[in-house]
Design a protein around this ligand. Structure first.
Ligand code: YNC
Ligand code: MG
Length: 388
């Protein structure tokens, strides 16, 4: 059934529930000299390219490929529209490898037709911190689908990751593959209900009018928590301590150091927003919340072309209740003119979502590890990892 995935070192469906299999790497590393030195073969009309995301021209090509061919919802009403600034952020974390930003071009026209990326990350699985790559932005042009190009892309990124002596990966997908470590759900909180209904993102509830709906989702103009402010560079050490401590309770979570926090959580306009609570008395940093910006193109609507969406990222509560912190994040997002605030049911989110008037989305997000077996499927609440 999975002609490619059956050949890969991933948990297989037939092994689900077999507790005799050991936890940890499925295959041991091979000596670097035994890693294939040449790229995998592509169909004759195509060639590999390493995408220099620093180059405006290349970044625009990647942006255009994804804008027209990347992930859509099940009904093909919306397509992710990652911005160039977002791509640069997502693809250049501390220690990134240019060689892991991989494209495929048509040999004659040089048109970019496929893409896949890896970035390095340290991810803790139970009590082991493992050097991994996070794989993202796998995309094949619509006209080249179902030609088995994706397995070649995956093998090539795997080869280039192996050349850096890294043997594990983490990734998420909307499709079921062998085999998820967890299956999560997106929830959506309307900020601009009228637009969301107009574009078909949501529907008017039973016995609801538009004006009652607008009132239902109304938020205060100002955040409620005293000492709530934007994160700044000098907060990096405090936020790192807070986050490391908080993430230690989850079975799978990133192992962030200060450089990672500076890159992933320091606010970047229209890419990532981070706020924290500084105690007005002690000036201690007690709580933290963040979201990233990922608009979607609205396909085939007369009146609107993009949906501005915020995605809940990492949140930490020690003093301020998480509910209040998330509510302040909603207030900020509303003030910044986002249409919807999305969150997964991971970490401690689930109980808050209903209370904050999020509604469950359709479709699921599956989390995967490559070449690392875990004994049990995780509950979403045991996951402390957000991939972009
Ligand atoms: C997917 N999303 O099952 P089998 S998520 C992984 N992730 O293989 P073909 C996928 N595998 O089942 P198409 C996948 N989607 O026969 C499909 N597959 O064993 C598998 N969509 O290949 C599929 N982006 O080329 C099958 O299919 C085989 O032409 C079929 O191409 C697929 O970024 C795709 O959703 C997704 O652009 C490129 O449909 C195309 O359909 C497309 O005939 C729209 O492929 C955009 C989209 C996916 C977003 C993402 C995470 C990717 C993770 C990849 C796996 C990484 C493994 C770890 C590598 C590093 C290891 C180390 C160390
Ligand atoms: Mg294909």
């Amino acid at each position: 059934k999975h002609k490619f995935w059956e050949t890969q070192p991933v948990g297989q469906f037939k092994d689900l529930g077999d507790s005799s299999l050991p936890e940890g790497p499925i295959e041991p590393p091979t000596p670097l000299s035994e890693v294939k030195q040449e790229p995998y073969n592509l169909p004759n009309l195509y060639e590999w390219t390493t995408c220099d995301i620093d180059s405006d021209e290349t970044c625009t090509e990647v942006y255009n490929l994804l804008t027209n061919n990347y992930v859509e919802d099940d009904e093909n009403m919306f397509r992710f529209n990652y911005s160039k600034e977002f791509l640069r952020w997502a693809l250049r974390p501390p220690g990134y490898f240019k060689s892991w930003h991989i494209g495929v071009r048509a040999k004659v026209s040089k048109k970019l037709v496929a893409f896949i990326t890896g970035v390095p990350a340290k991810i803790r699985v139970c009590d082991e911190v493992v050097k991994m790559t996070e794989i993202n932005f796998l995309c094949v042009h619509k006209k080249l689908r179902s030609k088995r190009l994706a397995p070649v892309m995956i093998k090539e990124v795997t080869r280039r990751v192996h050349l850096e002596n890294i043997w594990q990966a983490a990734y998420t997908a909307g499709v079921v593959l062998p085999t998820p470590i967890a299956t999560c759900q997106y929830w959506h909180r309307s900020l601009n209900p009228k637009k969301l209904i107009d574009v078909g993102f949501s529907r008017l509830g039973p016995r609801m009018t538009m004006s009652r709906t607008i009132k239902l989702y109304k938020l205060p103009e100002k955040t409620l928590t005293p000492g709530f402010r934007k994160m700044e560079l000098h907060d990096v050490p405090a936020v790192t301590r807070l986050l490391r401590d908080y993430l230690s309770q989850f079975l799978v979570a990133p192992d962030f150091d200060e450089d990672d926090v500076e890159h992933w959580l320091l606010p970047t306009e229209n890419v990532v927003d981070s706020y924290l609570v500084e105690s007005p008395e002690t000036h201690e940093i007690t709580d933290f919340c963040s979201f990233y910006t990922l608009p979607s193109t609205i396909l085939g609507n007369q009146n609107y072309s993009t949906l501005k969406a915020a995605y809940s990222y990492y949140n930490v509560s020690t003093k301020t209740p998480l509910l209040q912190l998330m509510n302040d994040a909603l207030i900020v997002a509303k003030r910044k003119d986002y249409d919807v605030f999305n969150a997964l049911d991971i970490m401690q989110n689930e109980p808050l979502l209903k209370e904050l008037k999020f509604g469950p989305g359709d479709g699921q997000l599956h989390y995967y590890l490559y070449n690392y077996r875990i004994r049990h499927t995780l509950k979403p609440s045991e996951l402390g990892l957000v991939l972009l």
